[in-house]
Design a protein. Structure first.
Length: 96
């Protein structure tokens, strides 16, 4: 389990640039090459950012990391409690 979580995080971090690449641009018309041409609205649907999907992915990633951290702390705390029980038993048997 100690290798799985870092591997998943590394894959997600390394895969981010692949999904962030923009599609190739089409050649601009001659009028647009002459100077600044203001655009009132995006030309097509690909020019807009899919904000709800990106926000959902970000929140999902944060929740996965948070649950992973809580699970890690819980397992380490359980190990410490077991070790303390062993020490308590040893003290009781040697103290009598």
């Amino acid at each position: 389990m100690k290798r799985i979580i870092p591997t998943i995080v590394m894959v997600l971090v390394l895969a981010a640039p692949v999904f962030a690449q923009q599609p190739p641009t089409t050649p601009t018309p001659a009028a647009a090459q002459d100077g600044f041409v203001p655009v009132d609205a995006p030309m097509n649907a690909q020019d807009t950012m899919p904000a709800p999907r990106l926000v959902a992915i970000a929140y999902g990633f944060i929740w996965v990391v948070l649950f992973g951290y809580v699970w890690s702390v819980r397992s380490r705390l359980g190990k410490v409690e077991r070790e303390m029980e062993v020490v308590t038993r040893r003290i009781r048997t040697t103290g009598k």
